[in-house]
Write a protein that binds this ligand. Structure first.
Ligand code: SF4
Length: 380
């Protein structure tokens, strides 16, 4: 098996080139061909020495996982389902807006955190994606769309690590992938335009602030530990106070002067006035009472079978948002995108299966795993 060059950040690629007896600058050339031009065929890399072009096919390849399906929504949202082998599949979702193109990227097949409101969490965990499998989602979508639209303009301007999986539980594959996204010889995305969303893996938040401080979004979903223990089981390990303190520590390294808190609105569970008041108290305790610099993003819940949960009604969401706003907290309500292709937040595993047949097709090839595809609950 040869090395997939999507697995390397520029440093890694330089080390790989050195192993081949090549100068480090060859890695930069190669990196540009791969990420800026979307090349996968070494023979066309005209500024590489012919000897290297001849050598590479024996030791390396450049490939994304096979696409099982693609769905285009009426609002322009596009969802791809990638086959990552052994019966597992992951999704990437492109969300075009007038001033940006956001790609929602998966980091794991399934997820071990098991949030109650998330269909991915209900499927359990299969495995971590490799760096190549994470980067491939961006590489494939960026260059596929460019080719289709016959443009040299950048298609993906923002990346959110909010697809399947808890990115900070796949830290060692995540960080090189982020570095590829940020590198000027790669995609050149600014740190403000790359967001890692976490359910609160505290030690890894601290580590990320040092290794690769991109924008951070924290899935909060509850203002008190007893409720958050139930909704986001990771809270039992890293309870709210610890999580909020980690957020405060992250802020000085953050590319923006605030963090985002995501809050899935669940009818009768976490959407009452006392929950809003508790949230305000929770964030106000920092910075000598001035509060943690943050923004709240309220997410209407997308119900799925057996969750036992329903979405808060519009009036409740608006009242909740107004309470936070009145306390000086910047609050937005996330609009749903791509609902006609199940690309909105926390879409059903079952619906994906029904509409793409991907999982049933995969099931025929399944080797002892039970995972089906779903979306992370935090798609913007
Ligand atoms: S919300 Fe995120 S962390 Fe929680 S189960 Fe879903 S994918 Fe995992």
């Amino acid at each position: 098996m040869t090395a997939n060059l999507l697995d390397f950040d520029l440093e890694g690629l330089a080390a790989f080139c050195e192993q081949l007896g090549e100068k480090r600058f060859r890695a930069t050339q190669l990196f540009r061909w791969i990420h800026q031009r979307g090349a996968s065929d070494f023979s066309g890399m005209s500024d590489l020495a012919k000897s290297l072009r001849d050598k590479l096919p024996d030791v390396a390849h450049i490939a994304a996982p096979a696409v099982l399906s693609r769905q285009n929504a009426a609002d322009g949202t596009i969802k791809w389902l990638f086959d990552v082998g052994n019966g597992d599949a992951v999704e990437a979702v492109f969300i075009p807006e007038s001033d940006r193109g956001t790609l929602c990227v998966s980091s794991q097949a399934g997820c071990a955190v098991g949030c109650r409101f998330c269909s991915t969490g209900h499927q359990g965990f299969s495995r971590n994606l490799s760096t190549a499998e994470i980067v491939a989602q961006l590489w494939f979508v960026e260059h596929t769309l460019k080719r289709e639209l016959q443009t040299t303009e950048r298609m993906v301007t923002n990346v959110v690590m909010m697809g399947m999986g808890e990115p900070l539980q796949n830290y060692h594959a995540l960080v090189p992938a982020l570095k590829v996204m940020l590198n000027d010889h790669g995609y050149g995305l600014s740190r403000r335009r790359v967001t890692v969303s976490t359910s609160g893996v505290v030690p890894m938040m601290d580590k990320l602030s040092k290794d690769c401080p991109v924008a951070l979004a924290v899935s909060l979903h509850a203002p008190i530990d007893s409720l958050r223990d139930d909704l986001v089981p990771l809270n039992k390990k890293y309870p709210l106070q610890e999580l909020l303190e980690a957020c405060a520590r992250y802020l000085p390294a953050a590319p923006r002067d605030f963090l985002t808190f995501e809050y899935c609105m669940l009818a009768g569970i976490n959407d009452q006035p006392e929950h809003a008041r508790a949230l305000i108290q929770l964030v106000r305790q920092f910075d000598g009472g001035r509060g943690l610099s943050c923004k709240f993003n309220l997410i209407p819940f997308n119900p799925f079978p057996d969750s036992g949960l329903t979405c808060s009604d519009k009036a409740t969401v608006q009242t909740f948002a107004a309470t936070l706003s009145a306390a000086g907290l910047v609050t937005t309500v996330r609009k749903t995108r791509g609902d006609d292709i199940d690309a909105a937040c926390g879409q059903l595993a079952g619906e994906v299966l029904d509409r793409t047949n991907a999982v049933s097709r995969m099931a025929k090839r399944r080797v002892g795993t039970e995972h089906v595809v779903s979306m992370h609950a935090r798609l913007p």
